[in-house]
Design a protein around this ligand. Sequence first.
Ligand code: GLA
Length: 686
Amino acid sequence: MDRNNTAAMDYITARLGSPGSPALAFGGDYNPEQWPEETWAEDVRLMREAGVNLVSVGIFSWSLLEPSEGVYEFGWLDRVLELLHANGVRVDLANATASPPPPWFSHKYPQSLPVTADGVRHSYGSRQAFAASSPEYRRAAAALTERIAGRYRGHPAVVMWHVHNEYGCHNQPDYSDGAAAGFRSWLERRYGSLDALNAAWGTAFWSQRYSAWQEILPPRTSGTWLNPTQQLDFARYSSDELLECYKAEAAIIRSHSPHPVTTNFMGFNMGLHQPVDYWRWAEHVDVVANDHYLAADDPRNFQELAATADLTRGWAKGRPWLLMEHSTSAVNWQPRNIAKAPGEMLRNTLQHVARGADGALFFQWRASRAGAEKFHSGMLPHAGTDTKVWREVVRLGQTLRSLAEVGGSEVTGASGRVDVAIIHDTDARWASELDSHPSVDASSIAETRRWHDAFYRAGVPTDFRESTDDLSGYRLVVAPMQYLLSDCGASNLDGYVQAGGRLVLSYLSGIVDENDHIRPGSYPGAFSRLLGVQMEEFFPLRAGESVRLSAFGTGTCWSELGTATTAEVLSAVEEGPVAGSPAVTRNDAGNGRAYYVATTLSADGRAELLSVLCAEADVLPLVPDLPADVEVVRRSKDGTDWTFCINHGSTNVRLPLSGVEILRGEDLDGDLSLAAGGVAVVRSRH
Ligand code: GLA
């Protein structure tokens, strides 16, 4: 198998359907070890009833597979896989290393447990209780992986491999002595000399100069702010250290089996305090897989879902990806675990598929009776099959079967491709989350989401990209609070404009270089010239304060004192200490155009600006005048378009679409009627 996202996803979907007819993946985590064996027959019978074709097995089963050191018991797993195979259910087989290592392991090797910044060593008894740097953990994980991959390499039920689970979810960052040693080696490789490290970390400040590698520690709890570059490098190191664990286990599996290998990512949860750089990780998985859970207290959580699905597609470089987990209804880990309203699950799942997922799996198949997640919904709820959840699961299975034809297609926009990219560098995100910054309200994630939401509401699809990617195919690129940009990223964005592109930069972009050192001169250091502005001082706003602007509504969170040099001022601040300073500017540079937005615009103001930007860049929505709360996304392949329409609102709407509505088998001639809460998928030719 060619190990790239498209080929690997095709490899999987081809094995889920019948010969010549690939199927979208449908199923979930299956944890039969939690149940008496008599239950399994009912499980597979109901899986068939629901049309489940793929289950992830064994993710948390290490202590059952290796009940004591070097003693393996595979009998139960053999029987489960046989049963699944006999019932036509394929398996995404885990190597089980995300389980907490079994109690015997942590008891024997306590030094393998992770340590917090305050020096508290984690106990075992939950999960992921290991330090990525621990040689004992790595040895044990490799041995287990070798056994599992060797034993099941030829098993006919297995079609893909699931390494570990949600790396970094509970044990990152680790500040143990092992991590300190690993960090030092990583720094030696990165900098080569202490002089280079001292320069990069700016250790002349507060007398932090290091004179020996041994003196360097992880950024453990200290009296006040730690060195920011040390913190940033520690996040980079922590991601790389975990990635080494993944790569070692994946390599063992690949030495046995041609099936695609993946691990599941966690959407936007890649912050400084859970540092996993998915852009880099995506280079090492055969298929990008993501887990997504709704924030129950956010009434517009479907927009967050859309942003996460787009980001996942970004990691997959636009190719199809796999939704490894979502929930049929409530989860157990939020303060208030709100259940999904009737129809909400179908809308959520179709959002992911619309945005490029070639399948949708859940956590988990059967809701648990015991353990920390017993209140988490499953495909098969405690209350059984005469339930809302089960009926919706069965209906979803039918829906995904009828959508098999979209497999392998890619998300497109009105022009036939996605015209807008949003830049979202991990380093920029991490650095923006460091302490001791101008305003706690200035959040890279929040600003990114605001821009994504604005395009979402306008019905304009967006891709996520890194600042160093080839952006030449995009008509419009937005860089929301890309606080840190490497020289390479900054010059790539500049070059994009010079070559004719249109770039929108928000405040706090390009302020520091890759070492988190200020780029000197007028703000924003990397782009003052390109933008044709000279900003001299930040004037963050007080909590709840807003300032009137001459156009595009009001600004909150941020303002700046400065002037336009060559730029045209589209909006200026009208009140307060920076009255007269630019808020939104436009500057022609090279063959392109660069816009600056020096405040957080209100949703209405941003929508107004967006229509100017889209008009100038010739970017059209998929459907003009999209009704509020209606989501329209398109996938295309070989001259066929599939337009997904999802009505999150409570009013029936009509959309000007022609073609065949697949879910109801209806011919449309320019008029789709979409009920409140309803979904539709329209096939057409272009
Ligand atoms: C994560 C994990 C699952 C489960 C779910 C619960 O996604 O991967 O094992 O704990 O959360 O929402």
